[in-house]
Write a protein that binds this ligand. Structure first.
Ligand SMILES: [Zn+2]
Length: 391
């Protein structure tokens, strides 16, 4: 079972100083910043999923890549661009896709099969997902894509995309793709489905699936069900959720093998919209807000160093919380996290240097580090789950 992480150019700056919140003076982003597979002790995934819409953008939206990054990807190929070759262990694979969700409102996909094939071939991908479109029942572009891959003798493996709205329609789509000649098929559109609904679709697909056909679940990361998915021919999946939960989820921000903790909110006075509005309205004194913000950071660091007990830390956090979000009292969640200090035992390679700042919800350097840590833990959970299946 392979886990692919969708790339969005998320990197951390290893020289970032948490105390001063400044970067190293000579930092060069493209040279010094680190991807998750470089920052952690082991790569937290088996491959990277690169979307054409993220790299090139569409008519409606710009991509996440700068012009310079895009040129480097095309010129050097994805392996060099992501610096994959110095990474120990099994080689990380690169799968390309078109980013169906980015153009779900368009009538036709924004790229032709030829454009997509050129993107995959020039970037040196290992796998390439066919041009797909989430609302079409049957997509003639999938046949055209496969034929063009054959004609050009591309080096990546073509992946068909099955879309559906019911178990039967997924089975029909997989059947059609197999008839075209696809041996690897990505299943899309399942993100909103409950696990039992996903399994119902996979069971229907089982009736027509060749034993050699391998399935990839697009956007699905449900560790508990991975064994069930595997029994229906699923050999890979991709998801951003372990990373994104670090700074998007209301509660589950810091993963450990057996649970998730709520990260400690210490927003920047300057960066918090609600707090800024309150300061402008004269309901909060700016100086008082800055003082509380700094007191929280200082006390958290002192707590990690063992020079202050827990209760003054919780009091300061609660007082600061009242300024920007009085409705939620997170004291008990914070107490659990601070009592347990999971970052002190974590072997991800980032927790050991960043310490308690891993648990602080604040700014992208802390939040992305926690996201990388979550990927590491997720990968461990996945392997634990797979080991129980093997037994
Ligand atoms: Zn960690």
């Amino acid at each position: 079972m392979k886990f692919f992480f969708p790339d969005s150019q998320d990197q951390i700056d290893p020289g970032f100083d948490f105390a001063s919140e400044e970067r190293a003076p000579h930092r060069v982003r493209q040279r010094d910043d680190r991807y998750a597979h470089e920052a952690l002790t082991h790569p937290p995934f088996d491959g990277i999923l690169v979307s054409k819409t993220i790299v090139d953008g569409t008519r409606q939206a710009t991509g996440k890549y700068t012009l310079a990054q895009r040129h480097r990807l095309y010129r050097n190929g994805a392996r060099r661009f992501f610096r994959l070759d110095p990474i120990d262990g099994a080689p990380l694979q690169i799968m390309g896709d078109c980013g169906a969700f980015s153009y779900v409102r368009d009538d036709v996909p924004p790229y032709t099969p030829e454009e997509v094939i050129a993107f995959y071939a020039e970037s040196g991908f290992d796998l390439g997902v066919s041009v797909d479109h989430v609302i079409l029942e049957f997509n003639p572009a999938a046949a055209e894509f496969l034929a063009a891959c054959g004609a050009r003798a591309v080096r990546f493996e073509p992946v068909g995309v099955a879309q559906g709205w019911s178990p039967g329609s997924y089975a029909t789509a997989v059947d059609q793709l197999q008839r075209m000649g696809y041996q690897r098929i990505a299943i899309g559109g399942m993100v909103p489905l409950k696990t039992h609904e996903i399994l119902a679709c996979l069971k229907a697909v089982d009736d027509i699936r060749h034993t050699t056909t391998q399935l990839h679940l697009l956007g699905i990361s449900r560790c508990d069900s991975i064994g069930a998915f595997a029994s229906h021919g699923v050999t890979s999946f991709d998801s951003t959720s372990p990373f994104r939960q670090a700074f998007k989820d209301d509660h589950d921000n810091y993963y450990t093998l057996d649970r998730a903790y709520t990260a400690i909110r210490v927003p920047q006075v300057d960066g918090n919209t609600k707090l800024k509005a309150r300061i402008r309205a004269g309901r909060v004194r700016q100086a008082a807000a800055f003082e509380l913000e700094q007191a929280c950071l200082r006390l958290l660091r002192a707590y990690d160093a063992g020079t202050t007990p827990l209760s003054p830390v919780l009091d300061a956090l609660r007082a600061y919380d009242e300024l920007f979000d009085g409705r939620h009292d997170r004291t008990e969640a914070y107490r659990e996290l601070l009592d347990d200090r999971p970052w002190q035992r974590c072997l991800c390679g980032i927790c050991a240097t960043a310490g308690i700042d891993m648990a602080v919800f604040r700014g992208s350097e802390r939040n992305k580090r926690r996201g990388f840590h979550n990927l590491f833990v997720f990968h461990q959970r996945l392997h634990r789950e797979l080991a129980t299946i093997a037994v």
